[in-house]
Structure formats: C-alpha cells, structure tokens
Design a protein around this ligand. Structure first.
Ligand code: 5GP
Length: 311
C-alpha cells in the first residue's frame, strides 16, 4: 500500500457524516427561525450575521423563510416583498448581493416587524433640560410618540392645555387616580401632582410606536415596577454648577421654589445608578440623538420578559 492511501481514505466522502451535518444545519436554521418568531432575535441581527458568515445557519436560511418568520408576514406578503426587493424566491440570505442587502436594510429601517415598541423614560434632575431634549426629539424624530401628562399646577405663560399638559383641578386628579387612569403619578417638588395617562400610552404601544415619557424620578421608579421592559434613561448635567446656572437662568421660579428644586435635584442626581443609561446634556441636539439611539437599540433588542409591555 502506498503512503498516500490513508490520506485518500480521509478525503473519501462519508455519506453518514454528510447526512448528520445536513440534519445539524437544518436544526440550526430552524432554531434561527424560532428565535425570530419568538422575538428573541431581531431581523436586523439575523441579516447582519448572515452577511458576515454566509455559510452559517443565518446565511444558509432562505430569504423567503427569513421574512416568513417575522411577525405578521404571511406567504403572500413575503412573495410581494421579495418581488419588490428584486430577490428571487430560491435565494439564501447569505447569497444576497450588495444592492439586495441595501434594499433589505432599507426595508428593515422602515418597517421591520420584529422591532418591539418600547416605553422609554427620560428622567433626571430639575432644570437639566429634559423638556428641551424631549421637545427636540418630538420635532426631529416624529416616529417616537410622547405622552401628555396631567398636572394640578397652573399653566405657565405660553403653555397650552392638552399640548404641554392637561391642566386639571385637584378634584379631577383625585378622580383620575381613583379610576386607575394613571400609569404612574407623583407629587413633584412637594407641590403639584403630575401623572401619565395609561390609555394613550398603551394605545401607542399597541399601534407599534415607542413612547417617550419625560417624568420625575418617583414616576420612573413606578414605571420600572409596572413595565419591567421599559428603558430608563437618565439625563445628567455636565456639572453641578452648570445645573445651578441653568435653574437660575430659567427665571421661572421664585427663590423659595428654586431652593426646593435644588434640594430635589441633589436627591435625583444620586439615583443615577438605578437607570439603564446616562446621557450627559451638554448639547441638546446631541443628547436628543443619543436618546433616539437608545430607543432604536431597545426596539431592535430581544425581549427580556417576552412581552412588549406589562402593567
Ligand atoms: P414642570 O412643572 O417644570 O413642567 O415639571 C416639573 C417636573 O415634573 C419635571 O421634572 C417633569 O419631568 C415632571 N413631570 C412632568 N410630567 C410628569 C408625569 O406625568 N409624571 C411624573 N411623575 N412627573 C412628571
């Protein structure tokens, strides 16, 4: 026997091993589809992995099966979508060309059904600029919904009832608490009461939109308790001196109220570790962009609790 024989023997195909490998590969692809269906993996994550490793389970997945594993995508919608993206029915995800990948990315950006709408809380000390950052998000990122809180405080000049807040009487606020209308509510700065209406927030989530709540720390804690899936963002000032400067500069509060708010601010600053992330508000546009990046990342991330919302 020649010395090369053992080598040849190793290269002879082993049908049983090939069969086992094929079964294993099918199982791995089925696991990817299951994870997509369950919302444990996002469509974006699976596609990007497929393009990194075209011979892995994601890459070997047929595009039709990939789309078909996404929420609300029946065979007819899949067929129409693939035709509109110019992808042949037999194509595998890893085999898509550059242009087709860009089209899939564009579709995911616009309508990815595996995105989960999230409840996002933006909290932080008084005068840090939560309202300004939330307003910037409202103006520049209209896909993110905002909730209009009810409050017992009087409107400031320029504030419109139903737009900035629903300005209600103490008796109305009592009734709303009694009727369970609030998702959370709190007395802020030991003075007025503020509350987030449950029904409009739930309606927005049900429609598939994330909702940004700009509320105080007590409210943030209540949201964490009833919506474990909520993302809590802490907006921090660049420094304590800057926070004081902003509060004095605003000029809308009396001396006594300012002192009270600074006391609250100290307690609020200490709560930072309870939050999922901190955003330093040095520049409003930059801070708003960071808020939106956190929202998009949360929408694309798998559910920790298996539900979009609770309460
Ligand atoms: P302002 O009176 O300056 O508009 O708001 C005072 C504080 O109330 C801010 O810290 C704001 O985040 C908070 N706030 C506004 N709406 C709500 C709400 O619905 N719930 C809670 N817990 N706090 C709120």
């Amino acid at each position: 026997m020649s010395a090369t024989e053992p080598q040849r023997a190793r290269t002879v195909p082993d049908p049983a091993a090939a069969g086992r490998a094929a079964i294993e590969a099918r199982r791995a692809r089925a696991a990817v589809k299951r994870a997509l269906r369950a919302g444990e993996r996002s469509a974006r994550d699976v596609a990007e992995r497929a393009w990194q490793e075209p011979h892995g389970p994601e890459g070997r997945l047929r595009v039709a099966e990939y789309f078909g594993s996404l929420r609300g995508m029946g065979p007819k919608r899949v067929e129409a979508l693939m035709a509109s993206l110019g992808i042949a029915p037999s194509k595998r995800l890893g085999g898509l060309g550059g242009l087709q990948r860009e089209r899939v990315r564009g579709w995911l950006d616009a309508v990815d059904p595996s995105r989960r709408p999230r409840l996002i809380v933006l909290a932080g000390p008084t005068a840090v600029g939560k309202g300004t950052v939330a307003q910037y998000v409202r103006e520049h990122f209209p896909q993110i919904r905002h909730s209009v809180s009810a409050t017992t405080r009087s409107p400031r000049p320029g504030e419109i009832d139903g737009v900035h807040y629903a300005f209600v009487s103490d008796a109305d606020f009592d009734r709303m608490i009694e009727d369970g209308e609030f998702l959370e509510w709190a007395t802020v700065h030991n003075q007025s009461r503020y509350g987030t209406p449950r029904s409009s927030v739930q309606a927005a989530l049900d429609e598939g939109s994330s909702v940004l709540l700009e509320i105080d720390l007590q409210g943030a804690r209540q949201v964490r308790a009833s919506f474990p899936d909520a993302v809590l963002l802490f907006l921090a000032p660049p420094s304590w001196d800057e926070l004081v400067r902003r509060l004095v500069g605003r000029g809308t509060e009396t001396e006594e109220e300012r002192a009270r708010r600074l006391e609250t601010a100290k307690v609020e600053l200490a709560s930072q570790p309870e939050f999922d992330a901190t955003i330093v508000n040095t520049d409003v546009a930059e801070a708003a962009r960071e808020v939106v990046e956190h929202i998009l990342a949360a929408e694309a991330s798998p559910s920790a609790t298996g539900a979009a919302s609770g309460s």
